[in-house]
Design a protein around this ligand. Structure first.
Ligand code: NAD
Length: 351
């Protein structure tokens, strides 16, 4: 199968297979759509078993970035990269520099960033060879956590979904089950706790659970029971694929709104959630907060208060998705995809 026939191809503008024999680099850069601006998306490093697996991952992730940036109203397109390799193996810096040279050669059509296996100090290494890198440790002085903006968007999304579904404009006493207490989940717990929400949490890392129980008075349950808690909101903040044929019938929450990417195992699970009467806030709509900060870095004009206002305005975007889904009686996931495609088509038509 070639990239053109691939089921995830979706009209990608460019798919670049990057090789550097001396460095041992094998990487793929996927530029999905640059209608709205330069393609931006992180670089994932993973020991993919086959090239086909790496290609499927990068195409799916790259398209997701186009949609996320479009719905968030950002002047950015969608792209992504994968490096085939074990991020814990020696020689990572050599691979990162070789990767940086390939990204540099694209001249700014694609900006890379951090993702699974590529962290801010790795982005600093890529930047030795490449000007088009964000998420560098050096860009967050004082150890500021770029995930804060993502979590703030999560709070805005939960507020909007609660207003829409429960007809409430505050979160006092609203029960939220948070799955995953890493960068985004822990910060979301802090923000929800400040708003008076009641938390129940789970993580496979016991220390992370103890911390959130102690800091925010959360209840704790085993990881395999978190999705079936009797709560108002289920907030997946760990893995993809958590909304599937097994878990959806067990959900008691009326709302699903969390920060994990690719929560639906298959696209049709958006319709399954709607049939079950559950308000699903599409993942890439609500987790765009981090990209809003990134857009400011790409455009060279970081303005934290303005970024914060923009992240909180995801509230309105979420409400638009939920209301339109009701009006058209369609899954929220389909509505979000339609909104992204409409924005791109509109931009093309005004060229
Ligand atoms: P992270 O690695 O910091 O945290 C993930 C947490 O989930 C870890 O504490 C891990 O122990 C836990 N976990 C793993 N398996 C679990 C399970 N089965 N049950 C419960 N907990 C489990 O990652 P993160 O940065 O918080 O990202 C979480 C999700 O959000 C990912 O899907 C990521 O792609 C997405 N996301 C993150 C950002 C961001 O700004 N960090 C932005 C957009 C989307």
């Amino acid at each position: 199968m070639t990239a053109f026939d691939h089921p995830e191809f979706d009209g990608h503008e460019q798919v670049l297979f990057c090789h550097d024999g001396a460095a041992g680099l094998r990487a793929i850069v996927a530029v999905h759509d640059t209608t709205l601006g330069p393609a931006v998306g992180g670089c994932r490093m993973h020991p993919y078993a086959t090239t086909a697996e790496a290609l499927a991952d990068v195409l799916r992730l790259s398209r997701g970035m186009t949609f996320k940036n479009a719905v968030a109203g950002l002047p950015l397109g969608g792209g992504k990269a994968v490096i085939v390799g074990d991020p814990a193996a020696p020689g990572k810096d050599v691979l990162l520099r070789a990767f940086g040279r390939h990204v540099q050669a694209l001249g700014g059509r694609y900006w890379t960033s951090i993702d699974v296996g590529v962290h801010p100090h790795d982005a600093d290494v890529i930047a030795e060879e490449c000007a088009y890198v964000i998420g560098r440790a050096a860009q967050y002085p004082g150890g500021e956590n770029p995930s804060h903006m993502t979590s703030l968007g999560g709070l805005a999304g939960i507020r909007a979904a609660v207003a829409h579904t429960m007809l409430r404009d505050d979160l006092r006493g609203v029960r939220v089950a948070v799955q995953g207490l890493g960068n985004t989940g822990r910060e979301l717990c802090r923000l929800l706790h400040d708003e008076g929400a009641d938390l129940v949490v789970a993580d496979i890392d016991d220390q992370a659970v103890r911390d959130v129980v102690h800091s925010f008075g959360a209840g704790a349950v085993p990881p395999d029971l978190i999705h079936e808690q009797d709560v108002d909101v289920f907030a997946p903040c760990a893995l993809g694929g958590v909304l599937n044929d097994d878990t959806i019938p067990q959900l008691k929450a009326r709302i699903v709104c969390g920060l994990a990417n690719n929560q639906l195992r298959h696209p049709h699970h958006g319709a399954v959630l709607r049939e079950a009467g559950i308000t699903y806030v599409p993942d890439y709509v609500v987790n765009a907060g981090g990209m809003i900060g990134v857009a400011a870095l790409v455009n060279g004009s970081p303005d934290r208060p303005a970024e914060r206002r923009r992240v909180l305005a995801l509230h309105n975007t979420v409400l638009t998705v939920l209301r339109r889904a009701d009006t058209e009686n369609r899954p929220t996931s389909e509505i979000a995809d339609a909104m992204a495609r409409e924005r791109i088509a509109h931009s093309r038509s005004t060229w």
